[in-house]
Design a protein around this ligand. Sequence first.
Ligand SMILES: NC(=O)c1ccc[n+]([C@@H]2O[C@H](COP(=O)([O-])OP(=O)(O)OC[C@H]3O[C@@H](n4cnc5c(N)ncnc54)[C@H](OP(=O)(O)O)[C@@H]3O)[C@@H](O)[C@H]2O)c1
Length: 295
Amino acid sequence: MVSSEGKTIVVVGSTGRQGGQVVRHLLKNGWRVRALTRTPEGKKAGALRSLGAEVLHADLDDRGTLEAAFRDAYGLFNMQPPVPGKMEVEIERGRNAAETARKAGMQHVVYGSAGPGHEKTGIEQWDAKIEVTKVMKDLGLPLTVLRPMAFMELMVDPSYYPQSSTWYIWPKLMGTDVRIPWISVQDVGAIAARAFANPGEYIGRDLPLAADARSLEECREDYRQVRGRYPSRFPMPMFLFEKFVGRDIPNMWRWLRNNPVSLDTSRTRAIHPEAMTVRDWLSGGQRNLTGTGNL
Ligand SMILES: NC(=O)c1ccc[n+]([C@@H]2O[C@H](COP(=O)([O-])OP(=O)(O)OC[C@H]3O[C@@H](n4cnc5c(N)ncnc54)[C@H](OP(=O)(O)O)[C@@H]3O)[C@@H](O)[C@H]2O)c1
């Protein structure tokens, strides 16, 4: 176990869902946190500041800002959001972060990856992460890869438009009975903090994250049992959905229909026994999120 005292961890995506949780758990564990955002004057950045994080402007497209932000830090939580139809942008941003981390001499990088594994699937946001992982490995970064498949937030977070996406289009494309691995972003944050605290145990590991394995129908039933009604569905034509989110997400859901993925929750539970099941999470686990929506 490494002492967090006086050490700084830089968090990319700190105003986002998983990054916000990583910040929160790191602060709880006594790390100094440098939270990166393109809008330090925004509400979410303000909330991070009030939790005790240092908020800094940085843009993954601008290496100069990354160099300034990574200076003298001990560790990095690295992530890149997908850019629909432009997987090369996600890879380039990942390369910018990776090469800057190498230059800054980061002692531990925890990467928020995604997807089922190491074989390319044609799903751009998964394949981009395989490429970024390769860049980080080739640079010899001391790396831990966290690989969640589906965030539980997809069921309720309004910014995902769950009535149309999760509860209407997704079951049409994947089927209602295919089980997939789920985890909440709170538990991703807790696991990232655990990895930073125990570099000897976690550097060099690639961890598929699964707290529960449920089909959409089972999740829908969990929702009804917990909240007394089924989640609302709002029909949306496919062309309109693709206009909003691009083709990659629908392709992912079609892929999952035909390609079984690991549903093993035991590894995640061994690391983090408190990880919430879908039902726990719907029962109120997500209420631990503070007013900003992302923290
Ligand atoms: N949804 C799922 O079920 C799921 C499951 C597994 C993995 N994933 C992966 O999780 C990631 C998304 O994570 P999330 O949901 O936490 O993200 P999110 O809530 O959409 O937040 C995106 C974050 O990225 C930052 N960002 C965007 N562009 C940036 C840029 N050019 N420079 C610096 N920062 C930038 C944003 O910061 P500012 O806007 O403040 O700058 C924000 O903090 C994706 O890689 C996705 O593939 C998602």
